[in-house]
Design a protein around this ligand. Structure first.
Ligand SMILES: NC(=O)c1ccc[n+]([C@@H]2O[C@H](COP(=O)([O-])OP(=O)(O)OC[C@H]3O[C@@H](n4cnc5c(N)ncnc54)[C@H](O)[C@@H]3O)[C@@H](O)[C@H]2O)c1
Length: 448
């Protein structure tokens, strides 16, 4: 078993011990040794956003940046040097930082198809992990990540940071409190108009000279380089990700599972297609995913050919209960009391009857924070406490599964029945085959 570098260095109480040594006039290890030493794997858009959240903290340092794009690695390493005043190691292959005893934990912000392997290899090498959402490219990869985190007893936190925002916490508390009555209807959505050009149809080209394209592809099938199937835009292709459903839908469905205290739906049916975008994406630009939960229905709606907002929001979550509704997005949430009416024809057919009144109070709550600093703080706290983080891999795996399920139902074109215990579809070998994929040779998941 690989020993834990944090406990080996006596992280808990480490600062106090250093202070005591200094007071005795004993030369102590540098202040840097008090810090959690991180390596960033994937220095693109999100990787740099995360740097902005981690770097201001005095108890954190980044000692390495890994990216298959040398330009991204170098530019990010330079930004860290400007902020922290020291050189930062760069590499193309993340395995070189996993062997490095100066790295305590890794922050992974690679494309979705490159989450599972570095996360699993990192915990096998004794490092704790912060990995971006959606947890993985497919259900089997997520399951392997949980097994690895548990077997090697490592922290594996996921970037579904809304759970650390007081806005989302209060909203979920309201839903769970019963104030809205019986919550039986939930809607999540993403609407925008990017039609008809969308991401366009650029021709295949040679990959940029500063990129190890074969390594960028990793477990995904080999194919010629196309600028759309690369930085940022990979999300619109099933080889690497799961389209809007898993890119954004995961944030929304994550909150729904939390509020409903559910591990997954009973069934899922998806209708949709590529209806408005004349581009080379292969994930849908239009979809309605209908999930069945015990006593509750959830629909995730997504369109990229019309940006009409839903109740004033271009994305969000709406919980409807028998006493009222709760509308939620990152800017805040609103409690909207309902009103009971007589069913059509009752008064005429059977006479009048008194209506029950609803005493739910209307409320508007403005978000005070985006949850990211608290999410980062929770990850760092867990490195010391060894507790499971707010968005432990198992929690985020289930939220990610709702997206995989929506996409699989889209691909097979029928209603699927889900067994949350075995994480398989009931009596559907075609759909079950899409829970995993065969990785390209050399990039297979390790057996755990
Ligand atoms: N939590 C959030 O709110 C949030 C927001 C945005 C993105 N994300 C997630 O972050 C991830 C990255 O998205 P992005 O928008 O930053 O993409 P991006 O394309 O801008 O960045 C990905 C980076 O990873 C690098 N990379 C690819 N394979 C690699 C490998 N094997 N080793 C090292 N580096 C590798 C790429 O070269 C690129 O620099 C996605 O999974 C996305 O869903 C999360």
């Amino acid at each position: 078993m690989i020993s834990d570098p944090l406990s080996r260095r006596g992280f808990v109480g480490g600062s106090a011990a250093l202070a005591a040594l200094a007071a005795m006039g004993v030369p102590s290890a540098s202040a840097a040794n008090d810090k959690v030493r991180l390596a960033l794997i994937g220095a693109g858009s999100r990787g740099n956003q995360l740097l902005g959240s981690f770097l201001p903290r005095a108890d954190v340092d980044f000692v390495a940046v890994v990216d298959v794009d040398d330009k991204h690695a170098t530019e990010t390493a330079e930004a860290i040097k400007r902020a922290k005043g020291h050189d930062v190691k760069t590499a193309r292959d993340y395995r070189s930082v996993l062997d490095d005893p100066n790295v305590d934990a890794v922050v992974i912000a690679t494309p979705d198809h490159w989450h599972a392997l570095p996360a699993i290899h990192a915990v096998m090498a004794g490092k704790d992990v912060y990995v971006e959402k959606p947890v993985a490219h497919n259900v089997a990869e997520g399951q392997a990540m949980i097994r690895a985190a548990r077997k090697y007893n490592k922290v594996m936190a996921v970037g579904t940071q809304q759970r650390s925002s007081t806005n989302f916490q209060q909203a979920v508390e309201t839903v769970r409190s019963g104030k809205l009555g019986k919550v039986f209807w939930v809607q999540t959505w993403n609407f925008e108009n990017i039609s008809p050009v969308g991401i366009g149809r650029p021709a295949d080209t040679n990959p940029p000279a500063h990129v190890d394209y074969d390594r960028w592809l990793g477990p995904a099938p080999a194919r010629p380089f196309n600028p759309n199937r690369f930085h940022l835009l990979f999300r619109w292709f099933f080889d690497y990700a799961g389209g809007m459903m898993s890119d954004w839908g995961v944030h929304l469905n994550d909150i729904v599972l939390w509020a409903l205290d559910a591990k997954g739906p009973l069934s899922v049916y998806t209708s949709g297609g590529i209806f408005t975008s004349d581009d080379n994406r292969d994930t849908p630009d239009t979809m309605q995913v209908v999930y069945e939960f015990p006593g509750c229905t959830l629909t995730y709606s997504m369109r990229k050919g019309n940006g009409l907002k839903y109740n004033g929001h271009d994305y969000g979550i709406l919980f409807c209960g028998t006493e009222g509704s709760l509308m939620l997005d990152r800017s805040g949430h609103e409690i909207i009391p309902d009103k009971v009416i007589l069913p059509y024809g009752i008064k005429l057919a059977q006479g009048d009857r008194p209506l029950r009144s609803i005493d739910l109070k209307a409320e508007q709550v403005k978000a005070k924070d985006d949850g990211i600093p608290a999410h980062v703080a929770n990850f760092l706290d867990c490195l010391k406490s060894r507790e499971r983080p707010t968005c432990d891999i198992e929690i985020a795996h289930r939220s990610t599964n709702t997206c995989h399920l929506g996409n699989i139902a889209y691909r097979v074109g029928r209603r699927l029945h889900w067994d949350e215990t075995t994480e398989t579809f009931k009596n559907d070998s075609e759909a079950n085959a899409l829970l995993a994929r065969e990785a390209r040779k050399g990039y297979e998941l390790p057996k755990i």
